[in-house]
Design a binder for this molecule. Structure first.
Ligand SMILES: Cc1cc2nc3c(=O)[nH]c(=O)nc-3n(C[C@H](O)[C@H](O)[C@H](O)COP(=O)(O)OP(=O)(O)OC[C@H]3O[C@@H](n4cnc5c(N)ncnc54)[C@H](O)[C@@H]3O)c2cc1C
Length: 811
């Protein structure tokens, strides 16, 4: 066994084998994999091993496409062939129009990734899968490339090719401890001795938290028992003359694929069961949980109705094994929050289908610092702090119970809520608030007209449209108050804080006391990594001179890692998170200044407190820090208040606002208004796949200033020219917004992808942002938006159609 290597991957299931293989593909051959038993002896060996192309976003579709292409290539390799039923096809069924609309959206989204899904009617479903009945069926989504693979052969083949490229695999080598050294390198202690390395990867499946504990962390991953059975041969399959496609049924929560002359049928029962909550038997190796068909009786009846032939078919064997889930159903693939040189590829619930792609994206992150797609949807840092074992298990159960029921826009399921609240949450709830969830925070969407008000789940504009219109009108004409909780806030102190930030941002961000600026952070490839406001506070009785760094609600761990990793050894910079301590109340509208003046001492005139100012004060008697910034495009103030004083400040603002028509508004109105102003959302419109010029952030780049992170790469990119350009679009439809991921077409060619969309109530336009081919980025260019299968005309318009000169927000 080597005593030193570059990377140690811990775990020899599909996750670990794929990572090892792809590290060698990226050019790193001095890498090893350690496995406590034999390869695939965790979950992988007994997987149903279906390989599908469907994903909720473009990154997921792209990584699954990579799996499919890789598996096909491996299976055709004469050196180590694998049994892979490539392209049997697969159908996701639907019995509601809303589901069908969702499938049409996913087909539009997948087209942009080169995946050709097809939405078919019930008869066509039955024609392609002759075993199903069309009762209570509207149709389905056809995925032509679905298939299944031999999981053990796949892992052995990946390991074989990795070994051939120089990697080493140590079986029967349990990791017993991990030590990180001062220079951030590691020693991986195993029963066979220690291995020093630069980087460790946790790929330990359901034992993820045993190894996580060795480095002092806990991952939000919980295991569920999951069961399928294999049937005897079925005459209907032989008669069909072709292999049966895969089937996913959200109506009866089961799936099936062909296995020899019969079917493999798996279940997602309501009466489901977590597994290993209180620790896992060390001897649970190559093992299964006891059969428990009674548990799936609720869904079995539905499966029989959909596939009557099942009722006459005997069961050959049953498999019941642990499968991992996370808080939001997507795995955790990337850097481990708060750790250096440590990565994970865990929480895979569809690891055979996705594992090829996840290992690919992880290896790219390890070797190059970033992957070819924006990987936020699988980034381990997307949850912050609240994700303990109890909450993760509740969300895992809920997700399992809804396995094939995708989330609709604005759908937030009830398990594990409320997870993060402020003192205002119950107050707003009593006012009738409908809440959305942002990284666990309950954030007000709007005030419901009655407790029974539940808008229809669909991709169309819903019944809250008129409420949002009224909220926007009141902000435009009078003044509104909105709680923005969970917004990420760091306090940066130390003599070198400004020079440090200057290096982190690609533009010049103000250093003047009392002033606020907006800046963008690039990665080492010159792509946009982050967006933050910087507010310079002079020394006061509340603290020393400091910068308040503000960024998106879920970015706390991401930004903290990025910033702290770049503080030089001799730099005097300290960063402290205030995210859980401070909450923002946004006061927006032409009468905002009157309301603020009515409850906070001092001169708030335009001259004394112009746009982009920051000042400490009291709202009533509640300590506050006020910034003159606006996301709505109206005159607005962000009022930052310690949570202990939040209710006091809220009462003072409401009292002062009474004479000025102050009303509450929520996240939905904010979303509509920011679209009218051309303001972007991190990880919707701001992605690591694009540089700041492509993201239309040219005015925030000062290429001639001193060095900054990503400058060299950006200069090179600038010479290469734009690949895409972010534009604002007017959408020629009134019934629905454009949704992120939807494809823009010219004829049969995909020419762009939507990132955000909403109705602009002040301009009376259906608006969208999209990355389009540069030659189409000019105003007046027209394209077609594939909106659920309908081709809708869109036109490129100038950004910020509301108040294009930005006069209103300057007050
Ligand atoms: C019944 C069932 C059906 C499924 N069907 C499908 C399907 O159709 N399609 C699909 O895509 N997915 C399916 N899955 C899910 C899929 O099988 C898993 O997502 C995948 O196998 C997980 O792989 P992994 O590498 O993350 O974990 P594992 O396969 O569990 O591998 C983890 C490895 O880490 C090793 N390890 C743990 N601790 C240590 C240590 N301390 N030192 C060294 N090594 C260690 C373990 O021994 C193990 O080999 C199914 C799962 C189940 C249970």
């Amino acid at each position: 066994m080597k005593s030193r290597t570059k990377v140690v991957v811990i775990g020899g299931g599909i996750a670990g084998c794929s990572t090892l293989y792809h590290l060698t593909q990226e050019g790193w051959s001095d890498v090893v994999l350690v496995e406590r038993n034999e390869l695939t002896s965790g979950t992988t060996w007994h997987s149903a091993a279906q390989v599908t192309n469907f994903g909720m976003n473009q990154t997921m579709v792209g990584l699954k496409t990579h799996s499919i292409n890789l598996y096909k290539e491996l299976s055709e390799s004469p050196e180590y062939p694998i049994n892979y039923h490539h392209a049997d096809g697969g159908i996701r069924l639907a019995n509601t129009e809303a589901q069908m609309q969702g499938y049409r959206h996913f087909a539009s989204m997948a087209r942009g990734m080169g995946a050709d899904f097809e939405v078919i009617d019930a008869e066509e479903c039955a024609r392609r899968h002759p075993l199903i009945s069309t009762a209570n069926l509207l149709g389905g989504l056809w995925d032509p490339l679905d298939g299944d693979i031999d999981p053990a052969q796949l892992c052995q083949a990946l390991a074989y090719h990795a070994r051939k490229a120089g990697a080493e695999v140590y079986r029967n080598t349990p990791v017993t401890a991990l030590t990180q050294h001062k220079d951030d390198t590691w020693t991986v202690h195993t029963e066979q001795g220690g291995i020093d390395c630069d980087i460790v990867v946790n790929a330990c499946g359901y034992r993820v938290n045993e190894v996580a504990a060795m480095m002092g962390v806990h991952h939000p991953v919980a295991s569920m028992e999951h069961q399928y059975f294999l049937t005897e041969d079925m005459p209907g399959i032989a008669e069909a003359g072709h292999r049966m496609p895969l089937l996913r049924c959200p109506i009866s929560d089961y799936y099936s694929r062909q296995e020899k002359g019969g079917l493999l049928v798996g279940f997602y029962e309501q009466d489901c069961k977590t597994w290993g909550m209180d620790g896992i038997d060390p001897n649970f190796v190559n093992a299964l949980c006891p059969d428990d068909l009674d548990r799936v009786m609720d869904v079995l009846a539905g499966a029989f109705e959909r596939m009557p032939a099942l009722e006459e078919t005997g069961i050959r064997s049953i498999v019941n094994g642990p499968i991992t889930y996370t808080i939001d159903g997507a795995p955790l693939v990337g850097p481990i929050p708060g750790k250096r040189n440590a990565f994970c590829i865990i929480g895979l619930r569809a690891g055979l289908g996705e594992g090829g792609g996840h290992g690919w994206l992880l290896a790219q992150q390890i070797v190059h610092g970033e992957a070819c797609y924006d990987t936020w949807c699988i980034d381990p840092r997307r949850f912050t702090g609240h994700t303990n074992v109890e909450l993760t298990s509740l969300k895992a159960i809920e997700d399992y119970q809804n396995e094939f029921r995708f989330h609709f826009p604005h759908e937030h399921r009830p398990a594990g809520r409320p997870a993060k609240t402020t003192p205002l949450t119950p107050i707003l709830a009593a006012e009738g608030a409908e809440f959305t969830v942002v990284n666990g925070w309950e954030r007000m969407d709007y005030i419901k007209p009655s407790p029974e008000f539940h808008p229809t789940l669909s991709f169309n504009f819903d019944e809250a449209f008129g409420i949002v219109a009224d909220d926007v009108k009141n902000v435009q004409e009078n003044v509104g108050l909105c709680e923005v909780n969970g917004f990420n806030r760091f306090e940066i102190t130390g003599a070198d804080r400004h020079s440090f930030l200057d290096r982190m941002f690609c533009g010049t961000v103000t250093k003047r006391d009392g002033r606020v600026g907006l800046g963008y952070l690039l990665n080492h490839h010159g792509m946009v990594k982050g967006e933050a406001t910087v507010a310079n506070l002079p020394a006061s009785d509340r603290g020393p001179a400091r910068v308040w760094y503000g960024s998106a609600a879920a970015s706390e761990y991401h930004d903290m890692d990025w910033l702290t990793q770049h503080i030089g050894e001799d730099e005097d910079v300290q960063i402290r998170s205030l995210t859980n301590e401070q909450t923002i109340l946004v006061l927006a509208g032409p009468k905002a200044r009157d309301v603020l003046s009515g409850c906070a001492r001092g001169d708030w005139s335009k001259e004394a407190f112009p746009w982009l100012s920051v000042r400490e004060c009291f709202i009533g008697f509640a300590p506050a820090t006020v910034m003159g910034v606006s996301f709505s495009g109206e005159l607005a103030y962000e009022i930052h208040i310690p949570n202990a004083s939040l209710y006091a400040a809220y009462l003072a603002l409401r009292e002062s606002g009474e004479a000025h028509g102050l009303k509450l508004f929520g996240a939905r109105a904010v979303e509509s208004m920011r679209m009218e102003k051309g303001f972007l959302h991190w990880k919707a419109d701001i992605l690591t796949e694009f540089d700041p010029y492509e993201t239309s952030l040219d005015r925030f780049v000062k290429i001639d200033k001193g060095d900054f992170i990503g400058k060299g790469a950006l200069l090179k990119r600038r010479e290469e020219g734009l690949r895409k350009k972010l534009v604002t679009l007017k959408v020629d439809a009134t019934h629905a917004p454009a949704h992120g991921g939807a494809s823009l077409m010219q004829g049969s060619k995909v020419v762009g992808t939507v990132t955000s969309g909403d109705w602009g109530h002040r301009v009376g336009m259906n608006l969208a942002y999209a990355f389009v081919e540069p030659q189409l980025a000019g105003e007046g260019n027209r394209m077609q938006l594939d909106m659920y299968g309908d081709m809708v005309e869109v036109e490129v318009i100038a950004p910020s159609p509301y108040d294009p000169s930005y006069e209103l927000m300057r007050g």
